[in-house]
Design a protein around this ligand. Structure first.
Ligand code: COA
Length: 162
């Protein structure tokens, strides 16, 4: 994307990202889910996209401490004015490239079933749901996955052959 530059996150990115987070997530209260520690301890695998000095996208992810070939994306967001222009895909591509170099072959993430855009986006990026389908053929939903009432759709993408 013209005029958009990507770089690794820095601790000072926490404030500008947190300021816009709930707005970018349609008014949902998301800030508690993205504490400052992600900007301090996951810099090598997390990126921001800047346009004219302003953050217009970010991806926060890491390599699993338990499964050495697995990577996980915790958050990805693009400013409303910059959406549907390939930036979310670019952020993910940067992440895929980085974790592939670190030996990962699998990327996982979860999203809320109410977030239909996120579900559509991840499917377009080649993620599959885990399991593939629910018993009624619909979107498989992990009930109470992140606490009571906190259902999630679980996604996986294999990087082999990239
Ligand atoms: C989800 C999000 C990151 C997508 O970013 P984006 O920059 O608009 O995505 P891209 O333009 O790179 O789109 C990549 C693909 O996904 C598709 N896509 C993106 N948003 C979509 C939507 N709302 N509905 C259907 N398809 C969508 C695009 O058409 C594109 O497909 P293609 O490359 O095959 O044409 C962005 O909408 C966002 O920040 N949403 C709010 C935060 C959020 O929900 N984050 C995800 C959960 S952590």
């Amino acid at each position: 994307m013209e005029g958009v530059f990507m770089r690794n996150v820095q601790p000072t990115d926490y404030e500008p990202v947190i300021r816009v987070l709930n707005l970018w997530w349609d008014g949902r209260d998301m800030t508690d889910m993205l504490p400052r520690l992600f900007f301090a301890h996951f810099q090598g695998t997390s990126f921001v996209a800047e346009h004219q000095g302003k953050i217009v996208g970010f991806i926060i992810g890491f390599v699993s401490q338990t499964l050495q070939h697995d990577a996980y994306v915790h958050f990805v967001g693009v400013a409303p004015d910059f959406r549907r222009n390939g930036l979310g895909r670019l952020l993910y591509d940067q992440f895929f490239l980085t974790v592939t170099k670190l030996g990962c072959t699998v990327v996982r993430c979860v999203t809320s079933p109410v977030n239909r855009s996120s579900v559509a986006f991840h499917l377009r990026l080649g993620f599959s749901t885990e399991p593939k389908a629910s018993s009624d053929g619909g979107l498989p939903i992990a009930k109470d996955y992140d606490g009571v009432g906190e259902d999630r759709v679980l996604f996986v993408k294999r990087l082999v052959g990239r």
